[in-house]
Design a protein around this ligand. Structure first.
Ligand SMILES: Cc1cc2nc3c(=O)[nH]c(=O)nc-3n(C[C@H](O)[C@H](O)[C@H](O)COP(=O)(O)OP(=O)(O)OC[C@H]3O[C@@H](n4cnc5c(N)ncnc54)[C@H](O)[C@@H]3O)c2cc1C
Length: 404
């Protein structure tokens, strides 16, 4: 037994994947419109809440399915084949559920109340942690100033994916001195950086509609604004860096499922076009059938191979979790070792969409073409924490004995 031991039965898993495929079908019909309108589809919230997917990773003792991380990533892949941006939005909920179900930073009663809220009351969580100044790397500029038995939170989170579909917001804020000052020393600052879980309809919470990006437009990752929001001790979820980041695999595996589903979708769309596309009469002959062009065959095979490799990394990483193999990893190298799966899958998505664009040609450069959208969406994969460069840098420093 370890924290990733699965509780879901084969029948429950089959039903879960079936329900995910049903959701994906409805998301596929919305994807182009939401991208064009830069809109998070709030109409997907109720169907999602009432599907088995919402509480799949909640342990059975709290009323969920107790799905393991490998199953959760498979579900994310199925959902993203419908629409990757909508899937990325809901992936934030799954990442938070996975992290909170295991993190030792939470008191058991806080954990119980979050898990029950998801499984019984079908509450949706989002997790805006990044600061405008420096993403997830930057220690929280958002502050929690002591006030009576609790705190008042003030700050802005400019990557608030799924906030428009959420009931609960998990965020980090630096607990200040009573006069509102933040410690000068960065180590002390990190010690004071705490997690809070607050209702979305708390007083003095608003959303500034700032999300207008190149890709992943349906995620609705707007700016959350807190202006002296009152929070109680029951909303305190422990230290941020030592707590949530210790469960980084839930983010890494979820992102990976989404970006691999994106790659699957791009691959299948490109393959179907290439199967039927003719160039007609050219100087080479009466009719040039694109699938007879040698490099097209070669490149399509290469795309398929990249997806196969990334898919195996995803499955194997899930299996490492289930088997407890990660317990042999040094604490200091766990995050990059988990995040390796994010690199494999997001690089595959970027490469497959790039190749699809080259093979299909000019039509995929036009706005409204599905490959044009998937190409843009895939580019966001690089940014998720650890950014890929950050991971290489961290591993390099670790291997040179500069960390740990
Ligand atoms: C579609 C989408 C949705 C997102 N949703 C959320 C969300 O819901 N919640 C959330 O918290 N975040 C979210 N993020 C934010 C994501 O976590 C940030 O993009 C990420 O933290 C990187 O931040 P940044 O792009 O602002 O870059 P910065 O952190 O400003 O990075 C700038 C440069 O510095 C490098 N760098 C950064 N830190 C280090 C370091 N410690 N060591 C070495 N190099 C470093 C980076 O690689 C990059 O080259 C989302 C991102 C995307 C793309």
């Amino acid at each position: 037994m370890n924290k990733h031991t699965s509780e879901i039965t084969p029948d429950e898993k089959a039903d879960l994947l079936d329900q995910a495929a049903q959701l994906a079908k409805t998301w596929a019909a919305l994807g182009a419109e939401c991208d064009a309108e830069n809109r998070f589809p709030t109409e997907t919230v109720e169907p999602y809440k009432h599907s088995a997917v919402t509480a799949m990773a909640v342990p059975k003792r709290y009323g969920g399915l107790g799905a393991d991380i490998q199953t959760a990533a498979q579900v994310a892949r199925v959902l993203a084949k419908g629409d990757p941006a909508i899937a990325l939005a809901y992936n934030m909920h799954q990442a938070m559920v996975g992290i909170f179900r295991n993190t030792p930073a939470l008191d058991e009663d806080v954990r119980g109340s979050i898990m029950t809220a998801v499984a019984r009351d079908r509450k949706i969580l989002c997790g805006p942690f990044s600061e405008a100044r420096a993403g997830l790397s930057g220690l929280a500029d958002t502050i929690a100033v002591p006030d009576g038995d609790g705190w008042r939170i003030t700050g802005k989170k400019n990557w608030s994916t799924l906030v428009l579909g959420s009931d609960l917001i998990a965020l980090n804020a630096t607990i200040t001195d009573p006069d509102g000052s933040v410690p000068d020393d960065f180590r002390e600052h990190a010690k004071r950086e705490a997690v809070f879980i607050i209702p979305t309809d708390s007083p003095n919470v608003s959303v500034d509609h700032t999300w207008d990006t190149m890709g992943m437009r349906a995620t609705g990752s707007h700016t959350l604004v807190l202006d002296g929001t009152p929070v109680t001790r029951q909303m305190h979820g422990g230290n941020f860096r030592q707590g949530l980041i210790g469960e980084a695999e839930w983010a890494a595996m979820g992102f990976s499922g989404v970006y691999l589903g994106l790659a699957d979708k791009a691959y299948e769309e490109a393959r179907e076009i290439l199967r039927v596309k003719h160039l007609g009469a050219t100087m080479g002959g009466q009719d040039t059938d694109i699938k007879q062009v040698g490099y097209v065959q070669h490149a399509l095979g290469r795309m398929r191979t990249q997806i196969e490799i990334a898919g195996r990394v995803l499955d194997a990483t899930g299996q490492i979790a289930i088997d407890g193999g990660y317990e042999e990893w040094e604490a200091a190298e766990r995050k990059p070792r988990w995040d390796t799966v994010k690199v494999a899958t997001t690089e595959a998505a970027m490469s497959v969409t790039d190749e699809a664009f080259r093979l299909v040609g000019g039509s995929s450069f036009r706005r409204g073409h599905v490959l044009e959208r998937l190409y843009r969406d895939a580019r966001a994969g690089y940014l998720h924490s650890f950014t890929t460069n950050q991971l290489y840098d961290y591993f390099g420093r670790y291997e040179l004995g500069l960390l740990g």
